[in-house]
Design a protein. Structure first.
Ligand SMILES: *Cc1c(COP(=O)(O)O)cnc(C)c1O
Length: 409
């Protein structure tokens, strides 16, 4: 049997559908973010990153880098085992306390990644609730969908952020059925925010539990970086908050924060927690440093919002099709997978600008886009260069521009 043909055929399908992915070989330069070196096929070049999820540049912050180096030097690299065997090390315990405090919860539990925290967290919670019905937002991230699937219980999908539809499903399920509502607070492809207060109202009225993914909001929203739930004053009304240390906190790892019993139960039952090695101490110390810094420093959050607003204004003013977004995310509509990919290739090769194309299955077909994520470190000059480069690419690929806005600058 020729097994390799199965794999080459699978790859051919991706090429035919124009959704074969190519990664750029990049090397960030600490202290000079968003500048990076691109190890291109024809040699190394300086480029500017415009699509990083290290939203606040905390991955290069001296306090964060310093904590990582200091801890690694003091205690070594790996955790030495699963939490049960050898892995509940002190920096991890400190980090969990920091996260519980950030979200105003009794406790927090750390996982290898945000992906794992959703997957094993949701599955474990739902399995521990007899006859659980999961109500899941239609645009939830793949890690939540996988968690819901692994839960093995009944699930219903409500239309994206549609509280009327959610209420319909809650009412139909009846007051006695245990129900778990799962959604994100900030959807990162469109940059829209979930109506968390209304979802909490419904959860309370119909007796449902709530699980909210704050991955794209922690560190960036709320007076201490607790996320959209903190900003909106509903943190205490949400049962389980999930977040990542890999985006605004600039490190790696995921977590849930909740009541002591919920955390203890997931700690005791979740396979994705139990059977894997704990995060390294140095990563935990670095994440703790980032969280602590962002609990008191508003500079990054304010500058981040300011930069996003400026990018939106300049690109919109230039007639580029910026999609409406309530947050720091700046999606730019292309609507065609091939030209989306091509636009990114030209930006990188000819303008030294790195933006990853967002194609199906990350977004629906026909809504392909560039997803731009300005950071506190993208200055006015870089923004002007971005606008100029995009205009050239739009012209070259014959992509439509809007009427020039009079509000330009
Ligand atoms: C990135 C992401 C995750 C996964 O977090 P990682 O820490 O990168 O594994 C979970 N949920 C959403 C909505 C995400 O965008």
């Amino acid at each position: 049997m020729d097994y390799s043909q199965f794999f080459s055929a699978a790859l051919s399908r991706l090429h035919e559908e124009r959704r074969y992915r190519v990664f750029a070989d990049l090397e960030r330069i600490a202290g000079r973010f968003p500048h990076a070196t691109w190890h291109s096929p024809s040699g190394s070049r300086n480029v500017v990153i415009w699509c990083s999820n290290d939203y606040l540049g905390m991955g290069q912050h001296p306090k964060v880098v310093g904590a990582m180096v200091e801890t690694a030097t003091r205690v070594g690299t790996g955790a030495g085992g699963t939490r049960n065997i050898a892995g509940t090390h002190h920096p991890l315990v400190q980090l969990e306390a920091e996260l519980a405090d950030l979200h105003g919860k009794d406790a927090a539990l750390l996982f290898t990644s945000g992906y794992v925290s959703n997957q094993t967290g949701i599955a474990t919670l739902a399995k521990l609730i007899p006859n659980c019905l999961i109500l899941s937002d239609a645009l939830n991230h793949n890690s939540m969908i996988e968690g819901v699937r692994q839960a093995g219980c009944e699930r219903q999908i409500f239309r994206h952020s549609d509280v009327a539809h959610l209420e319909e499903l809650l009412r139909a399920a009846g007051p006695d059925r245990p129900k778990l509502i799962a959604c994100e607070s900030l959807y990162s492809m469109d940059g829209d925010v979930a109506p968390l207060a209304k979802i909490c109202d419904l959860a309370e009225r119909y007796g449902a539990m709530t699980y909210v993914d704050e991955v794209h909001a922690v560190g960036m929203y709320g007076p201490r970086g607790g996320g959209i739930a903190e900003r909106d004053g509903v943190m205490h009304r949400i049962d389980v908050l999930e977040g990542t240390l890999a985006k605004a906190f600039g490190c790696l790892g995921g977590y849930i924060a909740a009541s002591a019993d919920i955390i203890d139960a997931v700690r005791s039952y979740a396979p994705g927690f139990i059977f894997t090695t704990a995060l390294p101490p140095a990563i935990c110390s670095a994440a703790t440093a980032a969280i602590r810094h962002l609990k008191t420093s508003n500079w990054e959050r304010e500058r981040h919002q300011d930069r996003s607003a400026r990018v939106k204004a300049i690109l919109t003013g230039a007639g580029l099709p910026v999609m409406s977004s309530d947050t720091h995310i700046v999606p730019l509509f292309v609507g065609d997978p091939e030209r989306c990919k091509r636009a990114c290739d030209i930006l990188l090769e000819e303008h030294g600008i790195y933006i990853q194309p967002i194609n199906y299955p990350t977004v629906a077909k026909g809504t392909e886009r560039l997803r731009i994520t300005p950071s506190p470190y993208h200055d006015d000059g870089l923004i002007d260069q971005l606008a100029e480069a995009l205009l050239q690419v739009w012209e070259r690929l014959d992509l439509p521009l809007n009427e020039k806005s009079l509000a330009a600058e």
